[in-house]
Design a protein around this ligand. Structure first.
Ligand code: ADP
Ligand code: MG
Length: 711
């Protein structure tokens, strides 16, 4: 049977790799590398980096910037002085997959010369010379090493994405570069023309090194090469920001892409996407399909529906393989999207906007673009961040369609009308303009940059957003009345968590329930722990009942974690670790728990346990004292408390916003008088998630600066 033959074929190439296969794969990779557009300008690029301390490189997605440039720089001696090359990515998936690819291209195991580091995961070693990481991680490194002294080159990749971390990083790197070159020239802190913040960092560095800089004899830093890479053609904004830095363009290879629009607006975009995928599959020539979806849930349901429909097709039309890619997917599964499809089969890649510019998947000829993306937005009234689904910008739509024209002429199906495209905004608003800044403000303050409003941002955040975040940091006790970082704030900044969660850990150590809070925070830091497929809603609800606590979602999450851990530990006593992990996955499945999310939570847990131990916090348990734990939740999450109204809705005490308890909460029906919550989601209503029952009087007692006894 043809499909059997194809299956065998795929097993041979990927699992039983013989020596012969390996050699040919190596040669193939060599050939691919040589054919990349960037390979033609290797020498020129290296020269430009040598001649310019700051360089902007603009190049079409897929031209080889991310995978090749660091290898060129290594080859041409940019690590000779012992420094390493750091490359930042806005997304974890990109950091991981690219590092793996580059290690493979170099023919070495990951974690040696080439490695990656993301929050809660470090795959580097003392030998690592090319280090891929998230932009947020490099920001955290700056807290410990303000000169970023181990780097000789830092490449800020995907700068056009303008994530909040990229924007802050650009400002910071500008200062670091200035400070490092001053350390060489022996000039100290006399440059009165430099911005306030330039001074702030230099002064902090001076203080930290006990005037080492001032004498300038003991420690000198090598200059820092800074490279900003972007896929958008407009390099001006970066060039201007870096005092007229040179910008070079790498010519890409782009075949024409035919764009198709729908005749009428689509109401059900999942259904429209499915129909389009099958139209392509049944009517179009060879080539893989890339579908842009908004997140894990949507991807999983489209994947399921594709398989359902495939079963209804005749055997010969079933040669369609699906590959999801999104950030919380385990990394071995992420890598599968790059494997070539077995002969006669078509691949459908179901991706979040990670595939827009961050990772390039070869073989794509068709793009299906519903025109939507999940984006962070900030509600200044509520003072909370939320993720909502919004329409893409024109620039994003163009990038997406471009993905169809890398290997040959392609087609892009936009699941909206042409008139709708015309109405899209030209480009996406930088994240710094639309998200909660408290984390960034806390980090900048921890870096010694007190005057956040006047920090030399590439684009200034709104003043009210900064003021709001200062206010919430003040309420959390992280900054003092005169806007300085407090001792608690300094501790909070050391934790790789949202300020509210960092604070919760510190509060819990005082309450004597840090052990429980570490679990809560780890569980709250991952996407949906519960797995509730539409067709098995009843079963999944029943499964949840065995963990549900009448006190709320926090205790429920704690129950799940404890039950899973107990199951795992018991298994480990009789089985190997591997087998125990496997059994745990089965246990998750039986209990309608998302095993990936749970695994992620367990990883986060072990990292933050290490963090708090390093900070000297005592990890004690309150055992079964749930009252104490809920009081601790009230003392930690008092910024998000709500009271029941006569009509059963809730009024958020600080903002006055009217919200409902989300149907997924264990308190959905119980509707207690007073609650604290962690998350606000907007769909057709405003819902709160991760909710716990508390007593209003606890707020009066534990957060007296905000709450008073009500009449
Ligand atoms: P750019 O950064 O300019 O967008 P990249 O360096 O990411 O380009 O990609 C260069 C080429 O390497 C692309 O053609 C892409 O298909 C290929 N590539 C990248 N990652 C992988 C991978 N994990 N497996 C196979 N090919 C890859
Ligand atoms: Mg890239």
């Amino acid at each position: 049977m043809p499909s059997m033959a194809a299956n065998n074929f795929s097993r041979n190439t990927h699992q039983n790799q013989t020596k012969g296969d390996f050699v040919s794969r190596k040669q193939k990779i060599e050939q691919q590398r040589k054919n990349l557009p960037i390979a033609a300008v290797e020498r020129r690029l290296v020269e430009e980096v040598r001649n310019n301390d700051t360089l902007i490189i603009v190049g079409e997605t897929g031209s080889g910037k991310t995978t090749q440039l660091p290898q060129y720089l290594f080859k041409w001696g940019f690590c000779r002085d012992g420094g390493i090359i750091g490359i930042t990515q806005p997304r974890r998936v990109a950091a991981i997959t690219v590092a793996k690819r580059v290690a493979e291209e170099c023919g070495i195991p990951l974690g040696q010369k080439v490695g990656y580091a993301i929050r809660f995961e470090d795959v580097t070693s003392g030998q690592t010379k090319i280090k891929y990481m998230t932009d947020g991680l490099l920001l955290r490194e700056a807290l410990l090493d303000p000169y970023l002294s181990k780097y000789s080159v830092i490449i800020v990749d995907e700068a056009h994405e303008r994530t909040i971390h990229t924007d802050v990083l650009l400002g910071l790197l500008k200062n670091v570069q200035k400070a490092r070159s001053k350390s060489i020239n022996g000039v100290v802190n006399t440059d009165h023309n430099s911005s306030n913040n330039g001074h702030a960092l230099e002064e902090r560095i001076d203080n930290q090194n006990d005037g080492i800089l001032k004498s300038c004899q003991v420690k000198k830093y090598n200059p820092l090469k800074l490279i900003i890479m972007s896929a958008s053609l407009d390099a001006r904004v970066f060039s201007e920001y870096f005092g007229g830095a040179k910008a070079v363009h790498v010519q890409g290879r782009q075949f024409p892409v035919d764009i198709f629009y729908t005749h009428k607006p689509e109401t059900d975009c999942i259904d429209a996407a499915l129909i389009t995928i099958f139209q392509i599959h049944l009517e179009e020539g060879p080539g893989d399909v890339l579908v842009f979806l908004t997140g894990q849930e949507e991807i999983e349901s489209v994947e399921r529906l594709i398989h359902e429909r495939l079963r209804q097709l005749p055997e010969c039309s079933r040669k369609l393989l699906t590959f999801p890619i999104f950030s919380s997917l385990p990394s071995e599964k992420q890598m599968r999207v790059f494997m070539p499809s077995p002969a006669g089969h078509r691949k459908v890649i179901l991706a979040t906007n990670i595939a827009e510019t961050s990772v390039t998947i070869p073989g794509i000829r068709y793009v299906v673009d519903p025109g939507l993306v999940k984006a962070r937005t900030y509600d200044p009234k509520m003072g909370v961040d939320s993720l909502i689904i919004v329409t893409t910008s024109k620039a994003q739509a163009l990038q997406r369609s471009g993905r169809a024209g890398r290997d040959g002429p392609g087609k892009c199906y936009r699941l909206y009308q042409e008139s709708f495209f015309e109405k899209l905004t030209d480009s996406t608003l930088p994240e710094i303009k639309r998200c909660d800044l408290s984390n960034v403000v806390l980090q900048l303050k921890a870096l010694g940059i007190d005057d956040v409003i006047n920090f030399d941002f590439i684009e200034k955040p709104d003043r009210t957003a900064v003021v709001n975040s200062l206010w919430s940091l003040y309420l959390l006790g992280a900054v003092t009345e005169d806007n300085k970082l407090s001792d608690v704030g300094r501790q909070m900044a050391r934790l790789p968590l949202d300020p509210v969660y960092s604070k919760a850990l510190i509060v819990a150590s005082q309450f004597g329930c840090l052990k429980e809070m570490l679990i809560c925070v780890a569980m709250l830091s991952v996407e949906s722990i519960f797995y509730a497929p539409r067709e098995k809603l009843e079963e999944s609800r029943n499964a949840l009942k065995s963990f549900a606590s009448p006190e709320g979602d926090h205790l429920t999450l704690l129950n799940v974690y404890r039950a899973a851990d107990e199951f795992f530990q018991k298994n480990k006593m009789v089985h190997s670790e591997e087998k125990a992990e496997k059994n745990l996955r089965k246990w998750c499945k039986d209990n309608y728990i998302n095993s990936r999310s749970l695994k992620h939570a367990r990883d986060i847990h072990s990292q933050i346990v290490r963090n708090v131990e390093q900070m000297g916090l005592r990890v004690t348990s309150c055992e079964d004292d749930t009252l104490l734990l809920r009081r601790c939740l009230a003392a930690s999450f008092f910024l998000k408390a709500a009271m029941k109204q006569p009509d059963g809705a809730y009024r958020v005490t600080l903002s006055g916003l009217i919200v409902q308890i989300h149907p997924s909460s264990v308190l959905f029906r119980a509707k207690p008088e007073c609650i604290v919550f962690n998350e606000l989601v907007h769909t057709n209503h405003s819902y709160v998630r991760n909710v716990s029952r508390i007593d209003y009087l606890w707020l009066v007692e534990l957060a007296p600066h905000l709450y008073a006894v009500q009449d």
